[in-house]
Design a protein around this ligand. Structure first.
Ligand SMILES: [Mn+2]
Length: 320
């Protein structure tokens, strides 16, 4: 019997993309996911002829070799993503929905595919990916009032928050479990008002953001700022959301949030929201760097490279 594999990023965009798709096309499937940083997900499966793989919100560039193996074995694959794909393999069993425009996320691509049938979850995801303008645009037809939109934003942020960590040990919930809990709710407002998992995430998020908010920037100009978080589980959980919050508070400034880890730092970069460009270029100048124009990162910046990174950030986002 054919097996369905759902391979998705463990962040809000990945989870909401799959949620939309499986609300529209219910199907028992094998779930393959992990923390946000776990992106080499396709290598974890061995699909056979006739099996169907759906991939959501993980870069094809990091999965191309594994994807080709699955296709050669006779599996078929639908691939939805908004990260830089590298060269897209040409294969009759591969269908791609890839768009790297800075104002789309994978859930908005799935929304396009579904003609907006589960739109509200694309709104949640876009808020989670810090694409508030796109989220509001997508939400227009839903005619939600401002407090409701704010609730969806908080939900997106809380789901997203749960994906950040070095491993699932840092997280409140394994992303596959969070997806399964969420998937019982077609209506996000019921999840918000009735699901204890949401309260736990919201409280965790508030506590971690409070701690991060106590930190002073390591470096700050009118155009960029650097924050360094200590080597702790709460730092790893909150680093992405903290970076997004900084971007919202200072839309003309670029931000780098560095989290200390043995040997160096994990780096999250956010380009200025007012002109979301350059984060990927900056990070690609360092080994293990990658991402999108508006949001990018470096998996391990060695400690001696700290000054070089700060200089590169200031050079990319100079004071006029
Ligand atoms: Mn995404």
């Amino acid at each position: 019997m054919a097996v369905f594999y759902d391979v998705f990023n463990g962040d809000a965009d990945g989870i909401c993309a799959l949620h939309q798709l499986r609300l529209a096309e219910p199907r028992a499937s094998v779930l393959v996911t992990g923390v946000k940083r776990d992106i080499a997900l396709l290598g974890r499966i061995e699909a056979q002829a006739g099996d169907e793989i759906t991939v959501l919100d993980v870069s094809l560039a990091h999965n191309a070799a594994a994807l080709c193996k699955q296709l050669e074995r006779g599996a078929s694959c639908r691939y939805f993503d908004h990260h830089f794909p590298g060269e897209i393999p040409a294969h009759p069993n591969l269908t791609t929905f890839i768009d790297t425009a800075p104002d789309v996320c994978t859930s908005l691509l799935v929304d396009r595919y579904l003609d907006g049938r589960q739109r509200i979850w694309a709104v949640v995801a876009a808020f989670g990916d810090n694409l508030a303008t796109s989220a509001r645009k997508a939400a227009a037809v839903l005619e939600l009032n401002e407090p409701r939109l704010a609730q969806l934003q908080e939900l997106g942020e809380c789901i997203n928050y749960n994906a950040y960590g070095d491993s699932v040990d840092d997280l409140y919930y394994e992303p596959a479990d969070l997806y399964q809990t969420l998937h019982r709710y077609a209506d996000p407002f019921e999840f918000i008002s009735g699901e204890p998992v949401f309260d736990i995430l919201r409280n965790g998020c508030t506590d971690d953001l409070y701690r991060a908010g106590e930190l002073k920037p390591e470096m700050e100009t009118g155009h960029c700022a650097v924050f360094v978080l200590p080597d702790a589980a709460w730092s790893r959980r909150v680093s992405g959301l903290f970076a997004n919050r900084l971007a919202q508070q200072h839309p003309r400034r670029a931000h780098a949030v560095l989290t200390v880890q043995p040997g160096g730092f994990v780096v999250s970069v956010r380009a200025p929201l007012a002109d979301p460009r350059g984060a990927d270029e900056l990070c690609l100048r360092f080994e293990s760097g990658g991402g999108r124009a508006g949001a990018a990162g470096i998996n391990l910046l060695p400690e001696p490279a700290f000054d070089r990174f700060v200089a590169a950030l200031m050079e990319r986002y100079p004071a006029e």
